[in-house]
Design a protein around this ligand. Structure first.
Ligand SMILES: NC(=O)c1ccc[n+]([C@@H]2O[C@H](COP(=O)([O-])OP(=O)(O)OC[C@H]3O[C@@H](n4cnc5c(N)ncnc54)[C@H](O)[C@@H]3O)[C@@H](O)[C@H]2O)c1
Length: 361
Protein backbone atom coordinates (compact mmCIF):
# COMPACT_ATOMS: atom_id res chain seq x y z
CA UNK A 1 0.00 0.00 0.00
CA UNK A 2 2.91 2.38 0.64
CA UNK A 3 3.61 2.60 -3.07
CA UNK A 4 -0.07 2.85 -3.81
CA UNK A 5 -0.44 5.75 -1.40
CA UNK A 6 2.65 7.41 -2.87
CA UNK A 7 1.06 7.06 -6.28
CA UNK A 8 -1.89 9.13 -5.07
CA UNK A 9 -0.31 11.52 -2.59
CA UNK A 10 3.25 12.21 -3.74
CA UNK A 11 3.63 15.99 -4.11
CA UNK A 12 -0.08 16.48 -3.47
CA UNK A 13 -1.15 19.24 -1.13
CA UNK A 14 -3.23 17.98 1.78
CA UNK A 15 -4.98 20.27 4.25
CA UNK A 16 -5.81 18.61 7.58
CA UNK A 17 -7.86 20.45 10.19
CA UNK A 18 -7.43 19.14 13.74
CA UNK A 19 -3.86 18.05 12.87
CA UNK A 20 -2.64 18.26 16.46
CA UNK A 21 -5.36 15.90 17.73
CA UNK A 22 -5.18 12.15 18.04
CA UNK A 23 -6.49 11.16 14.60
CA UNK A 24 -5.21 14.27 12.84
CA UNK A 25 -1.62 13.63 14.00
CA UNK A 26 -1.62 10.04 12.77
CA UNK A 27 -3.15 11.11 9.45
CA UNK A 28 -0.62 13.93 9.01
CA UNK A 29 2.28 11.57 9.67
CA UNK A 30 0.91 8.82 7.40
CA UNK A 31 0.28 11.13 4.44
CA UNK A 32 3.52 13.06 4.92
CA UNK A 33 5.51 9.80 4.79
CA UNK A 34 3.50 8.92 1.65
CA UNK A 35 4.96 11.96 -0.09
CA UNK A 36 2.24 14.57 0.52
CA UNK A 37 2.86 18.18 1.42
CA UNK A 38 0.69 18.49 4.52
CA UNK A 39 -0.65 21.68 6.04
CA UNK A 40 -2.39 21.47 9.41
CA UNK A 41 -4.85 23.85 11.00
CA UNK A 42 -5.57 23.54 14.72
CA UNK A 43 -5.80 25.35 18.00
CA UNK A 44 -2.75 25.41 20.18
CA UNK A 45 -4.54 23.31 22.82
CA UNK A 46 -2.42 20.21 22.57
CA UNK A 47 -2.81 17.41 25.10
CA UNK A 48 0.16 16.82 27.40
CA UNK A 49 1.83 14.64 26.25
CA UNK A 50 0.72 14.42 22.61
CA UNK A 51 1.41 12.37 19.48
CA UNK A 52 2.00 15.66 17.63
CA UNK A 53 4.88 16.56 19.96
CA UNK A 54 6.19 13.01 20.46
CA UNK A 55 6.82 12.73 16.70
CA UNK A 56 7.89 16.35 16.35
CA UNK A 57 5.35 16.81 13.58
CA UNK A 58 5.86 20.57 13.62
CA UNK A 59 9.08 19.86 11.71
CA UNK A 60 7.45 17.53 9.18
CA UNK A 61 4.40 19.53 8.12
CA UNK A 62 3.30 23.13 7.75
CA UNK A 63 1.28 24.05 10.79
CA UNK A 64 -0.93 27.08 11.41
CA UNK A 65 -2.68 27.86 14.66
CA UNK A 66 -6.05 28.98 13.37
CA UNK A 67 -9.43 28.78 15.02
CA UNK A 68 -11.87 26.87 12.82
CA UNK A 69 -14.51 29.42 13.91
CA UNK A 70 -12.66 32.18 12.06
CA UNK A 71 -14.11 32.07 8.54
CA UNK A 72 -11.90 34.81 7.16
CA UNK A 73 -8.69 33.05 8.15
CA UNK A 74 -9.90 29.60 7.11
CA UNK A 75 -10.89 30.89 3.70
CA UNK A 76 -7.65 32.81 3.09
CA UNK A 77 -5.50 29.87 4.27
CA UNK A 78 -7.30 27.52 1.91
CA UNK A 79 -6.90 30.00 -0.96
CA UNK A 80 -3.22 30.44 -0.28
CA UNK A 81 -2.37 26.77 0.17
CA UNK A 82 -4.50 25.49 -2.77
CA UNK A 83 -4.99 21.91 -1.46
CA UNK A 84 -5.71 18.87 -3.64
CA UNK A 85 -7.28 17.09 -0.63
CA UNK A 86 -8.92 18.37 2.56
CA UNK A 87 -9.55 16.20 5.62
CA UNK A 88 -11.67 18.12 8.12
CA UNK A 89 -11.28 16.69 11.63
CA UNK A 90 -11.12 19.77 13.89
CA UNK A 91 -13.74 19.45 16.61
CA UNK A 92 -14.58 19.71 20.23
CA UNK A 93 -14.39 15.93 20.33
CA UNK A 94 -14.92 15.08 24.00
CA UNK A 95 -18.53 14.49 25.07
CA UNK A 96 -17.87 15.65 28.65
CA UNK A 97 -16.25 18.92 27.52
CA UNK A 98 -19.14 19.64 25.17
CA UNK A 99 -21.50 19.23 28.14
CA UNK A 100 -19.46 21.76 30.12
CA UNK A 101 -19.35 24.32 27.33
CA UNK A 102 -22.11 23.59 24.80
CA UNK A 103 -21.89 26.96 23.02
CA UNK A 104 -18.21 26.35 22.20
CA UNK A 105 -19.01 22.81 21.03
CA UNK A 106 -21.77 24.03 18.69
CA UNK A 107 -19.60 26.84 17.35
CA UNK A 108 -16.63 24.55 16.77
CA UNK A 109 -18.39 21.46 15.50
CA UNK A 110 -21.27 22.95 13.51
CA UNK A 111 -20.16 26.48 12.58
CA UNK A 112 -16.55 25.30 12.14
CA UNK A 113 -17.75 22.79 9.54
CA UNK A 114 -19.90 25.48 7.90
CA UNK A 115 -16.77 27.65 7.61
CA UNK A 116 -15.08 24.86 5.62
CA UNK A 117 -18.16 24.60 3.40
CA UNK A 118 -18.35 28.39 2.91
CA UNK A 119 -14.67 28.42 1.94
CA UNK A 120 -15.27 25.61 -0.56
CA UNK A 121 -18.08 27.59 -2.23
CA UNK A 122 -15.51 30.04 -3.63
CA UNK A 123 -12.70 27.54 -4.25
CA UNK A 124 -11.72 27.08 -7.90
CA UNK A 125 -9.03 24.37 -7.98
CA UNK A 126 -9.92 20.64 -8.24
CA UNK A 127 -10.22 19.38 -4.68
CA UNK A 128 -11.55 16.38 -2.77
CA UNK A 129 -12.87 17.07 0.76
CA UNK A 130 -13.46 14.33 3.31
CA UNK A 131 -15.48 15.75 6.19
CA UNK A 132 -15.39 13.78 9.43
CA UNK A 133 -18.46 13.58 11.64
CA UNK A 134 -19.16 10.64 13.99
CA UNK A 135 -21.20 7.51 14.72
CA UNK A 136 -22.97 9.71 17.27
CA UNK A 137 -24.78 11.62 14.49
CA UNK A 138 -27.45 8.90 14.34
CA UNK A 139 -30.61 9.37 16.38
CA UNK A 140 -30.44 6.59 18.93
CA UNK A 141 -33.51 4.46 18.32
CA UNK A 142 -32.44 1.79 20.86
CA UNK A 143 -32.30 -0.82 18.12
CA UNK A 144 -29.97 -3.77 17.82
CA UNK A 145 -29.12 -3.56 14.15
CA UNK A 146 -26.29 -1.33 12.98
CA UNK A 147 -27.19 2.14 11.68
CA UNK A 148 -26.96 2.66 7.93
CA UNK A 149 -26.09 5.87 6.15
CA UNK A 150 -29.70 6.77 5.37
CA UNK A 151 -30.95 6.32 8.95
CA UNK A 152 -32.34 9.39 10.67
CA UNK A 153 -29.85 11.76 12.32
CA UNK A 154 -30.25 13.35 15.76
CA UNK A 155 -28.75 13.52 19.20
CA UNK A 156 -29.54 14.89 22.65
CA UNK A 157 -26.18 15.61 24.25
CA UNK A 158 -24.37 18.70 22.89
CA UNK A 159 -21.56 16.73 21.22
CA UNK A 160 -23.86 14.35 19.33
CA UNK A 161 -26.30 17.11 18.38
CA UNK A 162 -23.59 19.50 17.19
CA UNK A 163 -21.96 16.76 15.08
CA UNK A 164 -25.37 15.71 13.67
CA UNK A 165 -25.99 19.37 12.79
CA UNK A 166 -22.57 19.53 11.09
CA UNK A 167 -23.53 16.45 9.09
CA UNK A 168 -26.85 18.01 8.05
CA UNK A 169 -25.08 21.26 7.13
CA UNK A 170 -22.74 19.31 4.81
CA UNK A 171 -25.70 17.65 3.11
CA UNK A 172 -27.53 20.98 2.80
CA UNK A 173 -24.51 22.82 1.34
CA UNK A 174 -23.87 19.95 -1.05
CA UNK A 175 -27.39 19.94 -2.46
CA UNK A 176 -27.85 23.73 -2.44
CA UNK A 177 -24.44 24.93 -3.71
CA UNK A 178 -21.57 22.48 -4.02
CA UNK A 179 -23.06 19.73 -6.21
CA UNK A 180 -22.93 22.05 -9.22
CA UNK A 181 -19.25 22.80 -8.81
CA UNK A 182 -17.28 20.61 -11.24
CA UNK A 183 -13.96 21.17 -9.40
CA UNK A 184 -15.22 19.89 -6.09
CA UNK A 185 -16.01 16.49 -4.58
CA UNK A 186 -17.10 16.17 -0.98
CA UNK A 187 -18.18 13.33 1.25
CA UNK A 188 -18.92 12.56 4.88
CA UNK A 189 -17.07 9.94 6.94
CA UNK A 190 -18.74 8.61 10.09
CA UNK A 191 -16.75 6.43 12.48
CA UNK A 192 -16.94 5.54 16.16
CA UNK A 193 -14.70 4.95 19.12
CA UNK A 194 -11.07 4.82 18.01
CA UNK A 195 -8.03 3.51 19.86
CA UNK A 196 -4.28 3.57 19.21
CA UNK A 197 -1.06 4.97 20.59
CA UNK A 198 -0.82 8.68 21.20
CA UNK A 199 -4.29 9.46 22.56
CA UNK A 200 -4.14 11.29 25.90
CA UNK A 201 -7.70 12.60 26.04
CA UNK A 202 -9.19 12.88 29.53
CA UNK A 203 -11.66 10.25 30.59
CA UNK A 204 -10.93 7.65 27.89
CA UNK A 205 -10.07 4.25 29.33
CA UNK A 206 -6.85 3.48 27.43
CA UNK A 207 -5.17 6.85 28.13
CA UNK A 208 -6.33 6.56 31.76
CA UNK A 209 -4.66 3.13 32.08
CA UNK A 210 -1.34 4.02 30.48
CA UNK A 211 -0.99 7.27 32.42
CA UNK A 212 -1.27 5.36 35.71
CA UNK A 213 0.57 2.20 34.66
CA UNK A 214 3.55 4.15 33.37
CA UNK A 215 3.96 5.38 36.98
CA UNK A 216 3.32 1.87 38.34
CA UNK A 217 0.02 3.02 39.88
CA UNK A 218 -3.42 1.45 39.88
CA UNK A 219 -6.13 2.80 37.53
CA UNK A 220 -9.71 3.51 38.65
CA UNK A 221 -12.36 2.05 36.36
CA UNK A 222 -15.73 3.74 36.47
CA UNK A 223 -17.85 1.86 33.92
CA UNK A 224 -16.46 -1.70 33.77
CA UNK A 225 -19.39 -3.27 31.93
CA UNK A 226 -20.03 -0.40 29.56
CA UNK A 227 -19.78 -1.83 26.03
CA UNK A 228 -18.14 -0.07 23.11
CA UNK A 229 -16.99 -1.00 19.62
CA UNK A 230 -13.16 -0.75 19.56
CA UNK A 231 -11.35 0.03 16.37
CA UNK A 232 -7.73 0.92 15.68
CA UNK A 233 -7.03 4.44 14.43
CA UNK A 234 -5.21 3.07 11.34
CA UNK A 235 -8.32 1.16 10.24
CA UNK A 236 -10.45 4.31 10.40
CA UNK A 237 -7.84 6.55 8.75
CA UNK A 238 -7.41 3.97 6.01
CA UNK A 239 -11.17 4.39 5.40
CA UNK A 240 -10.82 8.18 5.14
CA UNK A 241 -7.82 7.85 2.82
CA UNK A 242 -9.37 5.40 0.37
CA UNK A 243 -12.56 7.43 0.38
CA UNK A 244 -10.49 10.43 -0.73
CA UNK A 245 -8.68 8.42 -3.40
CA UNK A 246 -11.79 6.76 -4.80
CA UNK A 247 -13.78 9.99 -4.85
CA UNK A 248 -11.21 11.54 -7.11
CA UNK A 249 -12.05 9.00 -9.84
CA UNK A 250 -15.64 8.07 -9.13
CA UNK A 251 -18.13 10.93 -9.44
CA UNK A 252 -21.00 8.76 -8.16
CA UNK A 253 -19.49 8.96 -4.66
CA UNK A 254 -19.79 12.76 -4.60
CA UNK A 255 -21.99 14.00 -1.73
CA UNK A 256 -22.28 10.54 -0.16
CA UNK A 257 -21.84 9.57 3.50
CA UNK A 258 -19.93 6.46 4.59
CA UNK A 259 -19.82 4.54 7.86
CA UNK A 260 -16.53 3.02 9.00
CA UNK A 261 -17.35 0.73 11.89
CA UNK A 262 -15.53 -2.20 13.50
CA UNK A 263 -16.43 -5.87 13.21
CA UNK A 264 -19.12 -7.13 15.58
CA UNK A 265 -16.56 -9.18 17.49
CA UNK A 266 -14.71 -5.92 18.34
CA UNK A 267 -17.62 -4.95 20.61
CA UNK A 268 -16.21 -5.42 24.12
CA UNK A 269 -16.73 -4.18 27.66
CA UNK A 270 -14.30 -1.76 29.25
CA UNK A 271 -13.08 -4.50 31.57
CA UNK A 272 -12.36 -6.81 28.62
CA UNK A 273 -10.23 -4.04 27.14
CA UNK A 274 -8.31 -3.57 30.40
CA UNK A 275 -7.70 -7.33 30.70
CA UNK A 276 -6.47 -7.54 27.09
CA UNK A 277 -4.13 -4.62 27.78
CA UNK A 278 -2.79 -6.41 30.86
CA UNK A 279 -1.64 -9.32 28.70
CA UNK A 280 0.70 -6.86 26.97
CA UNK A 281 1.51 -4.61 29.93
CA UNK A 282 2.63 -6.61 32.91
CA UNK A 283 2.57 -5.00 36.37
CA UNK A 284 -0.77 -3.33 35.72
CA UNK A 285 -3.48 -2.95 38.35
CA UNK A 286 -7.00 -1.58 38.44
CA UNK A 287 -9.90 -1.05 40.82
CA UNK A 288 -13.55 -0.33 40.18
CA UNK A 289 -15.08 2.92 41.51
CA UNK A 290 -18.50 4.56 41.22
CA UNK A 291 -19.13 6.81 38.29
CA UNK A 292 -20.53 10.36 38.28
CA UNK A 293 -23.17 9.89 35.61
CA UNK A 294 -23.68 12.17 32.66
CA UNK A 295 -25.76 11.24 29.67
CA UNK A 296 -23.99 9.95 26.61
CA UNK A 297 -25.68 8.09 23.76
CA UNK A 298 -25.76 4.40 24.47
CA UNK A 299 -23.90 2.08 22.17
CA UNK A 300 -24.55 2.89 18.54
CA UNK A 301 -23.39 0.28 16.08
CA UNK A 302 -22.54 1.14 12.53
CA UNK A 303 -23.45 -0.88 9.48
CA UNK A 304 -20.44 -0.50 7.18
CA UNK A 305 -21.78 -2.51 4.27
CA UNK A 306 -21.68 0.52 1.93
CA UNK A 307 -17.95 1.12 2.60
CA UNK A 308 -17.29 -2.58 2.04
CA UNK A 309 -19.14 -2.77 -1.24
CA UNK A 310 -18.30 0.62 -2.77
CA UNK A 311 -14.81 1.23 -1.35
CA UNK A 312 -13.71 -2.37 -0.62
CA UNK A 313 -12.92 -1.20 2.91
CA UNK A 314 -13.14 -3.19 6.10
CA UNK A 315 -11.41 -3.32 9.46
CA UNK A 316 -8.13 -5.20 9.13
CA UNK A 317 -6.99 -5.34 12.74
CA UNK A 318 -8.63 -7.77 15.17
CA UNK A 319 -9.49 -6.53 18.66
CA UNK A 320 -6.40 -8.31 20.05
CA UNK A 321 -4.10 -6.85 17.38
CA UNK A 322 -5.53 -3.34 17.86
CA UNK A 323 -4.86 -3.55 21.60
CA UNK A 324 -1.36 -4.99 21.17
CA UNK A 325 -0.45 -2.22 18.66
CA UNK A 326 -1.78 0.34 21.13
CA UNK A 327 0.05 -1.01 24.18
CA UNK A 328 3.27 -1.45 22.19
CA UNK A 329 3.08 2.23 21.19
CA UNK A 330 2.57 3.54 24.73
CA UNK A 331 5.24 1.26 26.23
CA UNK A 332 7.73 2.57 23.68
CA UNK A 333 6.69 6.14 24.43
CA UNK A 334 7.08 5.79 28.20
CA UNK A 335 10.09 3.49 28.42
CA UNK A 336 12.03 3.79 25.15
CA UNK A 337 11.07 7.18 23.74
CA UNK A 338 13.95 7.54 21.32
CA UNK A 339 12.38 4.73 19.27
CA UNK A 340 8.87 6.19 19.04
CA UNK A 341 9.25 7.55 15.50
CA UNK A 342 10.62 4.22 14.21
CA UNK A 343 7.91 2.27 16.04
CA UNK A 344 5.13 4.46 14.61
CA UNK A 345 6.57 4.01 11.11
CA UNK A 346 6.78 0.25 11.65
CA UNK A 347 3.16 0.07 12.74
CA UNK A 348 2.06 1.96 9.63
CA UNK A 349 4.27 -0.25 7.46
CA UNK A 350 2.88 -3.47 8.99
CA UNK A 351 -0.63 -2.14 8.48
CA UNK A 352 0.13 -1.30 4.86
CA UNK A 353 1.54 -4.79 4.24
CA UNK A 354 -1.48 -6.45 5.76
CA UNK A 355 -3.82 -4.30 3.73
CA UNK A 356 -1.95 -4.64 0.48
CA UNK A 357 -2.39 -8.40 0.59
CA UNK A 358 -6.14 -8.00 0.49
CA UNK A 359 -6.94 -4.85 -1.46
CA UNK A 360 -6.07 -3.16 -4.71
CA UNK A 361 -6.45 0.58 -4.90
N1 LIG B 1 -11.47 9.74 18.70
C1 LIG B 1 -12.63 9.14 18.53
O1 LIG B 1 -12.87 8.06 19.11
C2 LIG B 1 -13.70 9.72 17.61
C3 LIG B 1 -14.92 9.03 17.43
C4 LIG B 1 -15.87 9.55 16.54
C5 LIG B 1 -15.61 10.72 15.85
N2 LIG B 1 -14.44 11.40 16.07
C6 LIG B 1 -14.21 12.63 15.31
O2 LIG B 1 -12.93 12.56 14.68
C7 LIG B 1 -12.31 13.86 14.68
C8 LIG B 1 -10.95 13.79 15.36
O3 LIG B 1 -11.09 13.28 16.68
P1 LIG B 1 -9.85 13.20 17.69
O4 LIG B 1 -10.14 12.12 18.65
O5 LIG B 1 -8.60 13.18 16.92
O6 LIG B 1 -10.01 14.60 18.48
P2 LIG B 1 -8.94 15.38 19.35
O7 LIG B 1 -9.72 15.98 20.48
O8 LIG B 1 -7.77 14.53 19.68
O9 LIG B 1 -8.44 16.53 18.37
C9 LIG B 1 -9.26 17.60 18.01
C10 LIG B 1 -8.46 18.54 17.11
O10 LIG B 1 -9.33 19.62 16.75
C11 LIG B 1 -8.65 20.84 17.03
N3 LIG B 1 -9.61 21.88 17.39
C12 LIG B 1 -10.51 21.87 18.40
N4 LIG B 1 -11.19 23.04 18.43
C13 LIG B 1 -10.69 23.78 17.39
C14 LIG B 1 -10.96 25.07 16.90
N5 LIG B 1 -11.88 25.86 17.45
N6 LIG B 1 -10.25 25.51 15.84
C15 LIG B 1 -9.28 24.74 15.26
N7 LIG B 1 -9.00 23.51 15.68
C16 LIG B 1 -9.68 23.04 16.74
C17 LIG B 1 -7.71 20.53 18.18
O11 LIG B 1 -6.68 21.52 18.26
C18 LIG B 1 -7.21 19.17 17.77
O12 LIG B 1 -6.20 19.30 16.81
C19 LIG B 1 -13.31 14.79 15.36
O13 LIG B 1 -14.07 15.42 14.36
C20 LIG B 1 -14.17 13.88 16.19
O14 LIG B 1 -15.45 14.42 16.43
C21 LIG B 1 -13.48 10.92 16.95
Amino acid sequence: MANVLKKHFKNKKVLITGNTGFKGSWLSFWLQRSGAEVMGISLNEISQPSFFKALNLKKRIKYKQIDIRNLKLIRSTMQKFQPDYIFHLAADAIVKNAYKNPKKAWETNTLGTINILESLKKFKKNVVAVLITSDKVYKNLEINRGYSENDILGGYDPYSASKASADLAIQSYFHSYLKKKKNLKICIARAGNVIGGGDWAEGRIIPDCVKKWSKFRSVKIRNPISTRPWQHVLDVLYGYIILGIKMKKNTSLNGEAFNFGPKRQNKKTVIEVVKEMQKNWKKSKWKITKNKKFNESNLLQLNSFKAKSKLKWHCNLSFEKAISFTVEWYKTFYFNRKNILALTSNQIQSYEKLTLKKFKL
